[in-house]
Write a protein that binds this ligand. Structure first.
Ligand SMILES: Cc1cc2nc3c(=O)[nH]c(=O)nc-3n(C[C@H](O)[C@H](O)[C@H](O)COP(=O)(O)OP(=O)(O)OC[C@H]3O[C@@H](n4cnc5c(N)ncnc54)[C@H](O)[C@@H]3O)c2cc1C
Length: 330
């Protein structure tokens, strides 16, 4: 089949690679200028900031095997820094859990590796699916081309994008659209801070309690990062929801104050930028692996499917959901 995949994050790249290996002809459409989606790294003069996904863990045997292959290829490495839980500058050890991995030299590097050998059309946002006999045409909008264009026809279309972005593309499949609407994704305001000097904090990351923030991480404590003190701070889901439409400058001020209070360090940053993720993570992924309509040949995968993993939507969900969809299509 000639298959269109919408989205070049981990799930889109995974399903595309798998289907290509199964003998299908695959074209990937990505609205951004780069691949990797929420596994992203913001480049600055001070170095990179992983301002989306922070790290990933592997609980299933299948994902453990994949991560082990990525590790052998030198695409990911364990992040062994000390992580703590923080309460107003007081910290206690967060205890030991499974290995945490990061892509090297930045989170977006994994997607770049996975995209090799795939036909990825960047800066091409899919705005509608149009039936064309038994096939599909994609209505595509591009910043680089003034007029909207159609791509296709394709025998099948797979959406590998956040639930809220998938729902409007699923008009032809109301039952799928309804499920996407129910898989609510939470927002996350993220603050990126660069400092001239080290903050001398005795940990590389922390879950923050009783704060606007829920997580902070020292980016340069991850393996193979550039030197220079860089921190990423993520607001809690509750604060992000309440301040979803906040002016970015005000959000930055408030989150910076929370960072100072949480760490007890009042050293001023030389670089401070915020980013709002409108659809960061699904709190309760749908209790299935993926969606596939074999008559209309439309599929959906991503981190908002449980795919056998417990807890909120993460990189492991995205990977397993994509594999499940590729297997279902055959
Ligand atoms: C702030 C934050 C922190 C996180 N922390 C962690 C963590 O610590 N550990 C963890 O495991 N996970 C974490 N996650 C979640 C993790 O990033 C995701 O689970 C995973 O990256 C999802 O991959 P995906 O391919 O399903 O979706 P995405 O990465 O969102 O990829 C979707 C892609 O589709 C593109 N796209 C969207 N709409 C269209 C369209 N209409 N046309 C064309 N392209 C389109 C987007 O630009 C994007 O590139 C975090 C996410 C965020 C935002």
């Amino acid at each position: 089949m000639h298959i269109a995949v919408v989205g070049a994050g981990l799930s889109g790249l995974t399903v595309a690679r798998q289907l290509q290996a199964q003998g299908h002809h695959v074209t990937v459409f990505e609205k951004s200028a780069g691949v990797s989606g929420r596994m992203s790294t913001r480049q600055t003069e001070l170095g990179g900031f992983d301002h989306g996904a922070q790290y990933f863990t592997a609980s299933s045997d299948r994902f453990k095997k994949e991560v082990s292959d990525w590790k052998k290829l030198g695409w990911v490495a364990p992040w062994n820094e000390k992580l703590v839980s923080l309460d107003h500058g007081q910290f206690k050890s967060a205890g030991k859990s499974g290995t945490r991995y990061v892509a090297i030299p930045g989170m977006n590097a994994l997607g770049k590796q996975l995209a090799h050998g795939l036909d990825v059309r960047k800066t091409q946002q899919v705005v509608a699916l149009e039936a064309y006999g038994e096939q599909w045409l994609l209505k595509v909008k591009s910043e680089t081309v003034a007029i909207d264009a159609s791509a296709g026809p394709f025998d099948a279309v797979l959406l590998a994008i956040p639930a809220d972005q998938a729902a409007p593309l699923l008009c032809a499949l109301p039952a799928f659209a309804e499920q996407a609407k129910n898989a609510k994704m939470l927002p996350c305001w993220t603050l990126m801070l660069g400092f001239q000097t080290s903050l001398e904090l005795p940990y590389g990351g922390a879950w923050v309690n009783q704060s606007r923030l829920s997580w902070i991480a020292k980016d340069n404590s991850k393996p193979e990062r550039r030197s220079g003190e860089r921190w990423v701070a993520q607001a809690s889901p509750a604060w992000s929801i309440e301040h979803l439409e906040e002016d970015p400058e005000r959000a930055k001020e408030k989150l910076l104050k929370a960072f100072h209070e949480a760490t007890g360090s009042w050293i001023q940053p030389i670089h401070a930028v915020v980013h709002r993720w409108r659809f960061a993570q699904s709190e309760h992924p749908l209790p299935v692996d993926c969606l596939w309509d074999k008559n209309q040949k439309v599929g959906v995968c991503g981190d908002w499917f449980a795919a056998g993993v417990e807890g909120g939507g993460r990189i492991e969900n995205a990977f397993l959901s994509a594999l499940a969809l590729a297997k279902t299509i055959g």
